[in-house]
Design a binder for this molecule. Structure first.
Ligand code: NAP
Length: 418
């Protein structure tokens, strides 16, 4: 494909997809990167340096290709999300992005949500594990080792909503009351209305990804987290369709919790993945009180947002928390945090979340050795108390480093540990 503003590296090869979604990754892949808005200009280059060091240390080379969204795109294209950026992410399959600012106000939909929709990145994965030395608000942060699979395209995030005072909201209210028989359910006066679609298609493809991941990575359980006791036909359906996938699409390696008790006295077969479910509010307690009993979580969009941030807080907060978006044969890594505009360009913030997002990207590329190096090198920097401001303010005797200095320390660790 020809691009106007994007420079495609002359060296390097394209990542390919075999079958529906198996990535075929050469040793010199071209990988698009969006540095992002605000602190993206700090954490983007830092992550790029660290990931390249890990690739080089394991005999490979990443050929980075800068692509643009948000502020950097407005300067070049006069729009926030140019079509050629989306085309590049689609063509090169595996990419990484920093945070993008979503201005508050009417008429501006989140670029992140738009990007996930356009590329059909229907799963957001957030691994939460504790890195040695990272301060945490809980007593035993090392018990946390969960991976949440959040549905990325539907639920109240679908963007089907009507503003108070508009004709649309009155039409929907009239339809609900007069045609659907929900009389006297909605209070009189100004109101906003949103729709919460949860489909069998959207649920099942998400739950499949979670179960496949659990099987491939030797995990013990997948927990469907829902509020089906109240929202019976949306979140309750999510639970039911999730169980259908577990019962109908896998053999003996996947077993549901009720079958386990009915037929096996609670004893799971070796290497089997147990699928169970928990109500979302209970789950927010469980992650604190029974942290080590949960493994992989599958969640509708909003539950996923709340729960993965709560899990992230237990292992050290936003500067640390990585994420990745997954579609069929497509990967876009991105940190959980936003663009923190007040720190933009100060070479100050913690690039760990973006670096560890890149680490998951390396895992999905099948470069487990490079991914392990990144994790170990980051952990060593923190254990050595060579950290950015956000960690330094929480520990005794830390050395406060700039974003770029911290990245240099991680690179030195990679080179020593390789
Ligand atoms: P934020 O950018 O995540 O920042 C909130 C606070 O979190 C910061 O003030 C800082 O806390 C801490 N923090 C975030 N990233 C950090 C890092 N790398 N190192 C150290 N500390 C970090 O959240 P926000 O202020 O609510 O959102 C700002 C913009 O980002 C909004 O436009 C929002 O829509 C957007 N956003 C984008 C994404 C995305 O691109 N995926 C995600 C979330 C939000 P202290 O000040 O206490 O140090």
């Amino acid at each position: 494909m020809e691009y106007d503003e994007i420079e495609v590296p002359s060296d390097g090869s394209k990542i390919d997809v075999a079958g529906d979604d198996e990535l075929v990754v050469p040793d010199d892949p071209i990988v698009p990167i969006i540095h992002g808005d605000g602190i993206g200009t700090d954490v983007g280059p830092a992550a790029q340096t660290v990931l390249q060091a890990a690739a080089n240390a394991t005999g490979r080379e990443i050929n980075w290709m800068r692509v643009y969204a948000g502020e950097s795109a407005r300067q070049r294209y006069d729009e926030n999300l140019p079509e050629e950026t989306v085309d590049a992410l689609r063509e090169f399959k595996v990419s990484i992005k920093g945070p993008l600012t979503t201005p508050v106000g009417a008429g501006f939909r989140s670029l992140n949500v738009a990007l996930r929709k356009k590329l059909d990145l229907y799963t957001n994965i957030r691994p939460t594990y504790h890195l040695d030395g990272v301060p945490s608000p809980v007593k035993r942060p090392e018990q946390m080792d969960m991976v949440s699979f959040r549905e990325n395209t539907e639920d109240v995030y679908a963007g089907i909503e009507w503003e108070a005072g508009t004709e649309g909201v009155q039409q929907v209210k009239a339809f609900v009351e007069e045609e659907m028989g929900f009389d006297s359910t909605i209070h009189d006066g100004p109101l906003g209305i949103g729709i919460k679609p949860i489909t069998e298609f959207g649920t099942k493809r998400l739950v499949r990804k979670a179960i496949d991941y659990a099987l491939e990575n030797g995990r013990d359980s997948v927990t469907l987290v829902h509020k089906g006791n109240i929202m019976k036909f949306t979140e309750g359906a999510f639970r039911d369709w999730g169980y259908e996938v577990a019962r109908e699409e896998y053999g003996e390696e996947v077993i549901t919790e009720d079958t386990l008790w009915e037929e096996r006295d609670g004893e799971a077969p070796e290497d089997a993945v147990v699928v169970n479910d928990r109500i979302a509010d209970n789950m927010l307690q469980q992650i604190l009180t029974r942290t080590d009993q949960y493994d992989v979580l599958a969640l509708p969009n909003l539950n996923g947002d709340y729960l993965s941030d709560a899990c992230g807080a237990q292992i050290g907060g936003l500067g640390i928390a990585p994420g990745i978006n997954l579609g069929d044969g497509r990967v876009l890594a991105e940190p959980v945090h936003g663009s923190a505009p007040k720190y933009a360009g100060q070479d100050k913030v913690n690039p760990t979340a973006m670096i560890l997002s890149g680490r998951i990207m390396l895992e999905f590329m099948g470069w487990d050795d490079a991914a392990d190096l990144v994790r170990d090198a980051v952990e060593r920097a923190i254990v050595d108390r060579k950290v950015t401001y956000d960690i330094e303010r929480q520990i005794e005797g830390g050395e406060k480093l700039a974003t770029s200095e911290y990245a240099d320390v991680v690179v030195e660790n990679i080179e020593e540990m390789a």
